[in-house]
Write a protein that binds this ligand. Sequence first.
Ligand SMILES: [Zn+2]
Length: 323
Amino acid sequence: MPTDLFRRRLIKGFACIGAGAAVLPCCLSHASYAAGTGAKFALKEVADGVYAFGGVNELMTDANQGAICNVGLVVGDEAAAAVDSGGSMVEARAFLAAIKEVTDKPVRYLVNTHMHPDHIFGNAAFRDIGATIVGHRNLPRALAARGDFYLQSYHRQIGDALMQGIEIVPPTQTVDDRLELDLGGRKLELRAWKAAHTDNDLTAYDPATRTFFAGDLVFMGHLPTLDGSLLGWMRQLDELAAIDAAVTVPGHGPVPSAWPQALEDERRYFEVLAGDLRKAIADGVPLDKAVQTAGLGERGNWALFDDYNGRNATAAYAELEWE
Ligand SMILES: [Zn+2]
């Protein structure tokens, strides 16, 4: 079992894979975009001057052009900031073209919410237009450690054509704790979090519209993927819930979603998973047995559960064993 899990992890890399939640109109349009039917990459205005594209809930593939995560845009009087660059250069270029249709302001910043390929594989397109790429203080180190592996493993998964032009481009400005980006008459508040989904989670909050770009600290409809710390993620749920947002753009899930209700499903999943694992550890059940049943009560509530619950349980067992 551990061998299988490890192999799956190698094959699939560490992407936060979006699975099919509710079939929403936005997802249908993205599926069309992804399938190359000629449909355009369309940004939805989720609040005044705030836009988002909802990624299709699938694994990254050549067919969906890697467009599986949600990306966003905040437009000020002088400049705009994009949130995540998408899972390929094809997607990033479509994103930039869609930005031009909603604003003539320059994209001064690209905010990377974390290291995963579906969120950062389009970075080079933003670097090339002169955007400052902003990330968590741990992001440069994470990309240095994981970048080559991402390029190799995703080459196998999405193929030559879609890999074209993809580079691992680290941030040129990092956030230790908090940072405000000035867009002219509008400030975007960035916040670096402790280890949770990854060790480099960064969020963006627009106080003017109370819109919260949560990155992969919020998964909806499809199973959260754990590449950081389960306990860290659980500990920060209350801090997240306290953010005075009206709506969120989650890393994966409906765009936009009500806040803080968006946290409810993942909180419940984490509690079930941690509860099952704590009991197994207390009962002396070894890892390879424990991960086969931990969290199973949540199976019906999530898409891609079978793909990722075992990996989450394996990571969480090791963490909880030393609690
Ligand atoms: Zn992720």
